[in-house]
Design a protein around this ligand. Structure first.
Ligand code: P6P
Length: 343
C-alpha cells in the first residue's frame, strides 16, 4: 500500500518512532535507535538492489551452496554482506548469526562490541527471486547473556520469549518494514522519493479469527491424519446460526514466509509449515524465521505454535534448527493444536 508522498510531509519516520518507543523504556540508552537505523539502511540498500536485480543481471545462482544445502542466489549473498557491513561497526552488537553463515558471525577486532545480539535471514524466499515474487528480510534482537568482549553461540541460543525486538522487511508492491519491541507492532512504508520509511501501519492488531489458511498442500500426503482433518474442517462451510450457511476458508500460499505472514498479520487467518514425514522438524528455522515472526504475531494479539507448544518457549539447541510453525489468529492456531492432538 503506497500512499504517495503525503507520507513525506506529515509522516512519522522510523527513527522518530523508535526514539519515542525508546523513551517509554526505562534505562533505554538509545543504542537501539542506532542499531535500528543501521538495519533500516541495510533494508534500503537491499531494496534498491532487489528492485533492479533483473536489470543488473545479478539474478540466478552463484553456484555455491549455503549451510542449508541450497543454491545461493547472488542477491542472497549481497543482502547478507550488506546487513553484516551495516551493523558490524556500530558498537551495538556482540555477535550475529545469519541463515547464510554456518557458525556465528563475530564482530571484527577493529570495531567496538555492545550488548545486543542480531540474528537474521537476509533474504527469505530467495527461490522466488527469479519469478519476481515478494521476498523479505527477517531479523531478531536479543540482549547478550554472556560477559566478555565478544558474544558467543550461547548468546544466540536464547528462547524467543527473551527477544527485545524483532521485525521484517517485505520487498513487495511497496517496501514495508514491520517491527515490534514486544508491546505493539508498527509498519513503515519506504517512500522511494526521499529514501525514508514513514509510519503507514500504526499498532497492527491481528483479527482473533480469520478466513484464510496458508499451507503447502503439495505435502498433504505426508501429513498426519489430524492435520488433514484440520484443513478439511476449514474447507467445510459451517452454519451461521441463523439458518444460513457460512463460507469455507480461502487458501492462499505464496511460498515466501514474509509474504504469507504479512498477509496473515494484516488480514488474519493462519499460516502453517507443519512437520511431516519428509521434514520431521518442519522446514522453517527457529532463531531467524519462526521466533521473530512469533514475537511479532503475539505482540499483535495472535499466536504462534509448534503444534504442541508456544514457539517463544522453545529452548534452542543449534543455530539452524528447524521447527514446525502454526502462526496467525489466536482462534485459528488453537484449532490447529486441537486437531493435531486428536491423532
Ligand atoms: P515450500 C522459502 O524458501 C521458505 O524458506 C519460506 O520463505 C517459505 O515459507 C517456505 O520456504 C516455502 O517452502 O516447501 O512450500 O516451497
Amino acid at each position: 500500500m503506497y500512499v504517495g508522498s503525503a507520507l513525506s510531509t506529515q509522516g512519522i519516520t522510523l527513527e522518530r518512532h523508535i526514539l519515542e518507543q525508546q523513551l517509554a523504556i526505562p534505562g533505554a540508552t538509545g543504542d537501539f535507535t542506532g542499531l535500528f537505523q543501521q538495519i533500516a539502511l541495510a533494508a534500503k540498500v537491499i531494496n534498491s538492489r532487489v528492485r533492479s536485480a533483473g536489470l543488473a543481471g545479478i539474478l540466478g545462482l552463484t553456484g555455491e551452496k549455503n549451510v542449508q544445502g541450497e543454491e545461493v542466489q547472488k542477491l542472497d549473498e549481497f543482502a547478507n554482506n550488506v546487513l553484516i557491513r551495516s551493523v558490524e561497526a556500530g558498537g551495538h552488537l556482540c555477535v550475529m548469526a545469519s541463515e547464510e553463515n554456518e557458525g556465528i558471525v563475530r564482530i571484527p577486532e577493529q570495531f567496538p562490541t555492545g550488548k545486543y545480539v542480531l540474528m537474521f535471514d537476509p533474504l527469505d524466499g530467495s527461490s522466488n527471486i527469479d519469478v519476481d515474487i515478494n521476498i523479505g528480510t527477517i531479523f531478531s534482537i536479543h540482549r547478550r547473556i554472556t560477559v566478555g568482549r565478544h558474544g558467543t553461540e550461547a548468546d544466540c541460543l536464547q528462547r524467543g520469549a527473551s527477544q527485545v525486538a524483532a521485525g521484517y522487511v517485505i520487498y513487495g508492491s511497496s517496501t514495508v518494514l514491520v517491527y515490534s519491541m514486544g508491546e505493539s507492532v508498527h509498519g513503515f512504508t519506504l517512500d522511494p522519493a526521499v529514501g525514508e520509511f514513514f509510519l503507514s501501519h500504526e499498532n497492527i492488531r491481528i483479527p482473533k479469527k480469520g478466513k484464510i489458511y496458508s499451507v503447502n498442500e503439495g505435502n498433504s500426503l505426508l501429513w498426519p491424519a489430524g492435520l488433514r482433518r484440520w484443513i478439511t474442517d476449514m474447507q467445510t462451510p459451517k452454519p451461521n446460526g441463523d439458518g444460513t450457511m457460512g463460507t469455507p476458508y480461502s487458501a492462499r500460499y505464496v511460498g515466501s514466509l514474509v509474504a504469507d505472514f504479512h498477509r496473515t498479520l494484516l488480514k488474519g487467518g493462519v499460516f502453517a509449515y507443519p512437520a511431516d514425514k519428509k521434514s520431521p522438524q518442519g522446514k522453517l528455522r527457529l532463531l531467524y524465521e519462526a521466533a521473530p515472526m512469533a514475537f511479532l504475531c503475539e505482540a499483535a494479539g495472535g499466536a504462534a505454535s509448534t503444534g504442541t507448544g508456544r514457539i517463544l518457549d522453545v529452548a534452542p539447541t543449534s543455530l539452524h534448527q528447524r521447527v514446525p510453525l502454526y502462526i496467525g489468529s489466536a482462534e485459528d492456531v488453537a484449532a490447529a493444536e486441537r486437531f493435531l492432538r486428536e491423532e
